[in-house]
Design a protein around this ligand. Structure first.
Ligand code: ATP
Ligand code: MG
Ligand code: MG
Ligand code: MG
Length: 561
């Protein structure tokens, strides 16, 4: 590529509206331009990096046995109503309507589309397992678009969806994707960590996020200094255990349980320790305060407990028992209604109720053997969560430390949430109809490009890892007016282009301008052709180490390797 006609408009000054390094550098090096808030064009240089990342992802997805398809960005509202997310997804969903008044969404994710697609075309266990993926623009009306393409409203995502015949088979599909993600982020030159995560509005159980370690990350990772334990603090907090004094618990008066007025009474009655009781999860259903007692390492924040002067104690039962119970809750008609009624609970627990996996408010009913995570998703309390650096690690090994991370990938076990809601069934070996067991797996492709720059830059510009650099080589004749320099450069351009992606700075600019741009662009190898051109001598500079060597053109190909 010849730079004289290449669209890579560089900026000398730091743009005032860009707060983080990657955003500044992407603007300064002419990788992106903003169209409107949270919406960007990728210019040729940016697109080349994006394609490099995309291709790494594609290679690893294919290697893991996933098949590429392409789904529409425009999705009919009916699909989202079927899954219950038309209401639940909230204002982040970009909604539009056509000339006939029919409503649509611009896809922020594709569970609904893929589930109906597979539902209609796969009927037999013989076709399963199957994992499908696409690389496509997603739309989310982010409350605060920022940091350039790190959090934009239109962005490129790789999203994959797995379909299995059983929970055990899903475990395998999930592990394959998890491993592929590890390879992808490693190949992109990223320093990252996989962490346990909160399953959020999408629903589901087992889930991990892949976090690029960076001070500007919007997520905080709690990790142990002595083990592999690492979790998003959104979920880590609920695993913290701490002792509460009697005074701290005294405000808990549970009057609706006959004869059991205090936390002590209730604990004795249920034959659990007070500590376990305090690690319960609270919410309101239909105006009634409900305390779901969770056995396990879950806590609830005392601020919330204060709201519950009246509560009924329930332990968890099997899904079936709980579903039955839910039918008896007056006014329980579905997500919208429940959402309105719930005063304490966050999104996450709404999903749990809707899925019929938790609940309780009838006097003297006590469900047994709850398994948090399996039977119940713990509500997300947002800012009320409080794991802190210095806490003992929930796995009992070491001490908790904090680090900021940028979420670049996310893997979920969805289970049958969408296949149940949308009737995606298959016939098993015995001709029995069963819901498919699903997983979903996202990667922020455009976000990765910014995350790479965030981790790979210096004062002069970007320092691309070779695997994702837009060009391999920057070829720079110092003075195009010198015949020997220009001729050697042209000769090398033809030669190198056969094997490498070369940007040839054929501009009649001053050397200072050319070198400043070269450092800003940050390709791995810079070849400068100057005074010694007539001898066939070239200067080679390695961007990441700054190492400079002089080399004869005949030895060049060997040296670049
Ligand atoms: P975040 O927590 O940053 O809002 P998310 O959890 O909402 O992300 P997912 O639904 O898990 O995102 O989507 C899969 C991937 O898409 C994310 O891991 C992230 O890399 C990317 N992504 C999500 N939102 C954006 C965005 N607004 N801009 C760029 N990339 C995004
Ligand atoms: Mg988000
Ligand atoms: Mg997230
Ligand atoms: Mg996520």
């Amino acid at each position: 590529m010849k730079q004289s006609t290449f669209l890579a408009p560089t900026l000398r000054d730091v743009p005032s509206d860009a707060d983080v390094k990657s955003h500044q550098l992407m603007l300064r090096a002419g990788l992106i331009r903003q169209s409107t808030s949270g919406v960007y064009s990728f210019l040729p240089l940016g697109l080349k990096a994006l394609k490099k990342v995309e291709n790494i992802i594609r290679e690893e997805m294919d290697m893991a046995g996933a098949q590429e398809l392409l789904m529409p960005a425009i999705q009919p509202a009916e699909l989202w109503q079927e899954s219950g997310r038309w209401e639940a997804y909230g204002p982040e969903l970009m909604r539009l309507h056509d000339r006939h008044g029919r409503e649509f969404a611009l896809g922020p994710t594709h569970e609904e589309v893929i589930t109906t697609l597979v539902r209609d075309d796969i009927r037999s266990y013989k076709k399963l397992p199957m994992t499908l993926y696409q690389i496509q623009n997603k739309f989310r009306d982010e409350r605060r678009p920022r940091f350039g393409v790190l959090r934009s409203r239109e962005f490129l995502m790789k999203d994959a969806y797995s379909f299995d015949t059983s929970v055990e088979a899903l475990d395998e599909s999930y592990q394959k994707m998890y491993d592929a993600y590890t390879t992808i982020f490693t190949r992109c030159g990223l320093d990252f960590r996989a962490v346990e995560a909160d399953s959020g509005a999408i629903g589901g159980t087992d889930t991990h996020e892949f976090m690029v370690l960076s001070e500007i990350g919007e997520d905080t990772i709690a990790y142990s200094d002595q083990s592999d334990y690492a979790a998003n603090i959104e979920i880590a907090a609920v695993n913290v255990t701490y002792e509460k004094s009697d005074e701290e618990l005294s405000h808990l008066k549970l009057v609706e349980t006959p004869g059991k007025k205090t936390i002590e009474d209730v604990a004795n009655f249920l034959d659990v320790s007070k500590e376990k009781l305090i690690k319960s999860v609270l919410f309101m259903v239909d105006g009634e305060p409900v305390l779901v007692l969770v056995r396990g390492d879950h806590e609830v924040n005392d601020v919330k407990i204060k709201h519950l002067f009246e509560a009924t104690i329930v332990e968890m039962a099997s899904d079936e028992e709980i579903k039955k119970w839910l039918q008896t809750v007056p006014g329980f008609i579905g997500p919208v209604n429940v959402q309105q009624e719930i005063k304490v609970i966050a999104d996450h627990a709404v999903e749990s109720i809707v899925n019929g996996v938790c609940g309780g408010n009838s006097v003297d009913k006590h469900y047994k053997n709850v398994n948090p995570g399996r039977d119940f998703q713990v509500a997300s309390y947002g800012d009320l969560r409080n794991i802190q650096p210095g806490d003992p690690s929930p796995d009992g090994k070491g001490t908790i430390m904090f680090k900021e991370g940028i979420e670049v990938g996310h893997v979920f076990k969805l289970g049958t949430k969408y296949s149940d809601a949308m009737g995606a069934n298959f016939l098993d070996e015995n001709g029995k109809n069963k819901p498919m067991v699903m997983g979903c797996y996202g990667i922020g492709v455009s976000r990765i490009v910014a995350a790479i720059i965030e981790q790979h830059h210096d004062d002069d510009g970007i320092v691309w890892p070779a695997s994702v650099s837009p060009f391999d080589i920057h070829l720079i004749p110092v003075n195009m007016k010198q015949d020997d320099q220009r001729e050697l450069a042209e000769e090398l351009y033809v030669l190198l282009n056969k094997e490498y992606d070369v940007l040839f700075d054929d501009r009649a600019e001053r050397p200072g301008v050319k070198f400043k741009d070269a450092d800003l662009f940050g390709f791995p190898v810079r070849l400068t052709i100057g005074k010694r051109a007539s001898e066939g001598i070239i200067e080679m500079k390695v961007r990441h180490s700054g190492e400079v060597i002089e080399i004869h053109k005949d030895e060049l190909i060997e040296a670049i390797k």
